[in-house]
Design a protein around this ligand. Structure first.
Ligand code: GLN
Length: 331
C-alpha cells in the first residue's frame, strides 16, 4: 500500500554530467517535459481528487502541468503549467519563511523540526507532545506559524499576499474566495488543532483569527510557473536571483530545505528522499514543488492524490525528471 512505485526511479546517475548539460538546451528540456507528461496521461485514475471541500472536488482530474525554473533565469513548462490552482499546503513554505524572518530562533521554542510519521492533519501526536507541533509543515505546525504571523503583522493576510506577489514578480496572484469560503465552512479539524495548542499555551492570537489567516494562505491560487519562480531563493542560498534581494539568510534557506527534505511530503517523506532526494512540498490542490539547490525549482500540478495526500502524477513527474536530469541532493 505504501509503495507507489517511486523506487523504480532509483537508477544509475552515471550520465549526470551529460544530462545536467542538457538543461542548458531549453528546446530539449521542453520536449522532455512534454514526453514525461504524455507518459503520465493515463495515471490520473490512480489517485483521488481532494473532496473534503467542493471547491477542490470540482477541479478536473485530468489537469496536468510541469514547469522548471532555473536560478540563471530560464523557465520551461509543459501542459497546464500556466493555469492557477489552489496552492494549499505549499503555502506553508512561504508562511514559514515569513515567521523565521519575523521572530528568528524563538520560533523553534514553539515548533519542532522532526518528521511526524503521521498524516498531515493528525491530532493524536499533538496531545502527547503537549501542544508542540512536530514540524512547521504539518497542519498543527502551519497553524502555529499562522499564529506568529497574525500576532506580528497588522494585516497578516495582506502581508502574505504581497510576499507571494513580490516573490513571483507577478501582481496578478490572488486569493480564491470560493476555496477560502469552502475551507472556512469545513475547518473543524484545523480548529481542533488550534484549540488544542491554545490549551497548552502555545497560541497567542484568537483561534478564529489564526484559522482565517491559515485558510487564506491555503486559498492562494498560483500556476506551476509562478510557484517555481517564487521559490528560486531556496535554490539560491536565500537570494532571489531575479531581484538579487535577500529573502532569507543562507542559514534559513538551508533550514527550510532540510525541513522539506524530512517532512515536506508528509509520511511519504522517507520514501521520497530514498527514491528522489530533493527537498519538496505538496498540497492537496495537487501541486508539488521540489527545490534543486544551486540549480532551480521544479513545480508540477495534477489533482488526483495518493493515500498520503500527495499528487500521484506530480510525484511521478518529479521522480522521472530528477532521475533523467540526475538531480538529487544526496549525490
Ligand atoms: N487546507 C488543507 C488543510 O488544512 C491543506 C492541507 C494540505 O494541502 N495538505 O487540511
Amino acid at each position: 500500500m505504501h509503495n507507489v512505485g517511486l523506487s523504480c526511479f532509483i537508477a544509475s546517475h552515471s550520465k549526470d554530467k551529460q544530462v545536467r548539460y542538457m538543461i542548458k538546451d531549453i528546446s530539449n528540456l521542453q520536449v522532455k517535459l512534454q514526453t514525461l507528461l504524455a507518459a503520465q496521461q493515463e495515471f490520473y485514475t490512480q489517485g483521488k481528487v481532494a473532496n473534503y471541500i467542493p471547491a477542490l472536488a470540482e477541479v478536473s482530474p485530468e489537469k496536468m502541468g510541469v514547469c522548471v525554473s532555473t536560478i540563471d533565469g530560464k523557465t520551461v513548462g509543459a501542459g497546464d503549467y500556466q493555469e492557477p490552482f489552489s496552492i494549499q499546503s505549499i503555502s506553508k513554505v512561504f508562511g514559514l519563511v515569513m515567521a523565521m524572518n519575523r521572530i528568528g530562533d524563538d520560533l523553534w521554542q514553539r515548533v519542532n523540526m522532526e518528521p511526524s510519521g503521521q498524516p498531515f492533519n493528525s491530532i493524536i501526536q499533538l496531545e502527547w507532545e503537549k501542544g508542540i507541533p512536530r514540524n512547521p509543515v504539518i497542519n498543527a505546525g502551519a497553524l502555529l506559524v499562522a499564529d506568529v504571523l497574525t500576532s506580528h503583522f497588522s494585516s497578516s493576510k495582506l502581508a502574505f499576499l504581497s510576499f507571494m506577489r513580490s516573490l513571483a514578480h507577478d501582481d496578478s496572484i490572488y486569493i480564491d474566495n470560493y476555496v477560502y469560503q469552502s475551507e472556512l465552512a469545513h475547518g473543524s479539524r484545523n480548529a481542533a488543532l488550534g484549540y488544542l495548542m491554545k490549551s497548552f499555551g502555545n497560541i497567542e492570537s484568537e483561534i478564529p483569527e489564526v484559522l482565517n489567516h491559515y485558510f487564506t494562505q491555503c486559498s492562494v491560487a498560483m500556476s506551476c510557473e509562478q510557484l517555481a519562480t517564487s521559490l528560486l531563493f531556496l535554490a539560491n542560498k536565500g537570494i532571489d536571483p531575479i531581484s538579487k534581494e535577500a529573502i532569507c539568510t543562507p542559514r534559513d534557506a538551508h533550514r527550510v530545505n532540510a525541513i522539506l527534505s524530512t517532512s515536506g511530503m508528509y509520511d511519504q517523506s522517507g520514501e521520497f528522499a530514498f527514491s528522489i532526494g530533493l527537498p519538496a512540498k505538496s498540497g492537496v490542490g495537487g501541486g508539488v514543488i521540489a527545490i534543486v539547490p544551486n540549480y532551480g525549482v521544479i513545480c508540477t500540478w495534477s489533482p488526483p492524490l495518493n493515500s498520503f495526500g500527495n499528487s500521484v502524477i506530480g510525484t511521478n513527474l518529479v521522480a522521472s525528471l530528477a532521475q533523467e536530469l540526475g538531480l538529487s541532493i544526496y549525490h
